[in-house]
Design a binder for this molecule. Structure first.
Ligand SMILES: [Zn+2]
Length: 308
């Protein structure tokens, strides 16, 4: 029997003084196989974990990875904090057609969680890839304007400088277009705070740099009332990277640094009992991890309903 009548499953869990709500934008196959998305997967590793990777994270029949795009909505010390803003609607993404000109209706899901755009106080972009900044802005006529007009957008400076076309290093391929429609408008509106190293949001929440996947990738550390969590963006895209922590995604900018950071943060989570919240897990969305020799294992899934 899976679950029981006693088990109450909500889109929301409480960790210390912080309420965490899952807000879905998209869930399903994105036309990429494990060999494409995770090219250095050890031979046979997906099959070895097939009994629990399928169907939430992988469809073995079509050999497609199943991916969620979701925001983690935090309510802490009276403020509303949105961690990552997904793909967005209507953006033109010629280099990544699956995310081009979408109409996912994310703001309706946010409204169902009780949040209007003007209610958001803080936006955290864990990094500046196309699927983490989309709803930073919305289309108003032909102009991209901030979706969350009262928010401070927290962006790590190394990512901002990496993709800023006006900056010295702003030569990164592809995602420049996302920078222009989803980052530049909030920066020009004076809503960004560019941070480096570490940044404290409030007594419960702190941002730390976690470079590798991108130069300014970050982890949001929750420590409240004895409960701990790590919101890790794309440190891991699939739970296979927990049991095989040296597997990078094909989108990691600095694979060696990504592996080192992954091992460091998963180790920290295992030791502290922190719930790990990646950006793209379907299924129960987040998990506690444990050390398993030189690798890691899923200790327990979070109490969110499985995405469908
Ligand atoms: Zn991503």
């Amino acid at each position: 029997m899976i679950g029981s009548m006693d088990e109450i499953i909500l889109d929301e869990i409480i960790l210390g003084d912080v309420t965490v709500t899952r807000v879905k934008e998209f869930y399903g196959p994105v036309g990429m196989s494990p060999a494409h998305l995770f090219p250095d997967s050890p031979e046979g590793s997906w099959d070895a974990h097939r009994d629990w990777l399928a169907p939430d994270f992988w469809n073995p029949e079509t050999d497609e990875c199943h991916t969620a795009v979701q925001s983690w909505l935090l309510r802490s010390e009276g403020r509303t904090i949105l961690v990552d803003t997904g793909v967005g609607d209507h953006e033109d993404r010629p280099y990544v057609p699956v995310w081009s000109r979408r109409d996912n209706g994310f703001l309706d899901n946010l409204a169902a969680a009780g949040v209007r755009p003007e209610d958001v106080d803080v936006v955290v972009n864990t990094h500046l890839h196309v699927d983490h900044v989309g709803w930073n802005t919305r289309l108003d006529g032909r102009t991209w304007v901030p979706t969350f007009p009262n928010a401070t957008y927290l962006i790590a400076r190394p990512d901002f400088e990496f993709w800023d076309p006006a900056g010295e290093r702003g030569t990164a391929r592809g995602d420049r277009n996302a920078f222009e429609d989803s980052v530049t408008p909030v920066h020009r509106a004076g809503l960004t705070h560019l941070w480096d190293g570490s940044y404290r949001i409030d007594r419960n929440l702190r941002l730390d740099l976690a470079p590798g996947h991108t130069p300014g990738s970050s982890a949001l550390v929750l420590d409240s009332g004895g409960d701990r969590a790590l919101f890790v963006g794309d440190l891991v895209h699939t739970p296979l990277q927990i049991v095989e922590p040296d597997v990078d995604s094909c989108f990691c900018v600095d694979p060696a640094a990504a592996r080192a950071t992954r091992r460091r943060l998963l180790g920290q989570a295992a030791e502290s009992g922190a719930l790990v919240f990646p950006a793209h897990f379907g299924g129960r969305g987040a998990a506690e991890v444990a050390r398993d020799g030189t690798k890691f294992a899923i200790k327990e899934w979070a109490a969110f309903p499985r995405l469908s």
